[in-house]
Design a protein around this ligand. Sequence first.
Ligand code: NAI
Length: 302
Amino acid sequence: VKKLHKRHAREGRPVARAAVLGAGTMGGGIAFTSALRGVPVRMKDIAQAALEQGLAEADKQLARQVRNGRLKPEKAQAVRAAITVQRDEAGFDEVDCVIEAIVENLDVKRRVLAALEGSVGPGTVIASNTSSLRIDDIAQPLARPENFVGMHFFNPVPVMPLVEVIRGSRTSPQAVSTAVAYAAAMGKVPIVVQDGPGFLVNRILTPYVNAFVQLVADGADFEQVDRAMEAFGWPMGPAYLQDVVGMDVGAHVFDVIAAGYPARIRPVERNAIRTLVAAGRFGQKTGGGFYDYEADPAGKPR
Ligand code: NAI
């Protein structure tokens, strides 16, 4: 694997400076992980509050690592200084790679990425952290689709090792190598996958989540299902997973993948996830989903 990563590092564009679009759950985590591994990041969001929250999250992570003795205070300061936040794209012409982590909406991503091409250099690699949309669909209006690739991180980014690197039909080998080498430099385990709704992991997870909501519709207790899957050896059950991912994000990803494979996934009508979305219970980020988190918003409910 190391040999393979070295080859990608040789064939890709070295990433010395990067940028992230969107300072939400994923963008904040990606910026933090990149800075921690020595690649400074410009983080752009259209909402000032999101930028502040992204930085506050980085501060929290750094303080924890200093407390645990995993990071020296000077190093923590350097990591923090390596994340700059902005509401425009100033300086984007100097970055080697931009990772987009804005809302999972095809039209919005197309519009924002087509505009981004005007702010970056001609060889800058643009990566999307989309969790379900096809890379070829997002790339449609781009002037330089060869520089466009998928880089699908998992939540929470500082903890989860896997990154799916998605090769679109017009993505250049150099852009794929850049994404693989950058993910490896961030301490991640990159795998290259073909383009298609849901890529690899979410194609496996979506039928699983569908089976879970079917079980609940049939009368199963969601906590019991979680306990069973945990006892089976999985780190968390499907209900808790939805709370971590975000019910709204998960429901959206489900729709895209179910529409992509209509013969294989039969959506369950009036299911528990839809009911929770309609009630505004999006999971940990809103203080409650399947479980309540009032006492500890980021903690396990039990
Ligand atoms: P989020 O809602 O937490 O954050 C999105 C951020 O993008 C917000 O702060 C918003 O203000 C900002 N934004 C919107 N338009 C923008 C623009 N034009 N320029 C700059 N910033 C803009 O969303 P989250 O959960 O971080 O998801 C982002 C992407 O990552 C989506 O494509 C999602 O499918 C994908 N993803 C999400 C995962 C999850 O578990 N939540 C896991 C893997 C991928």
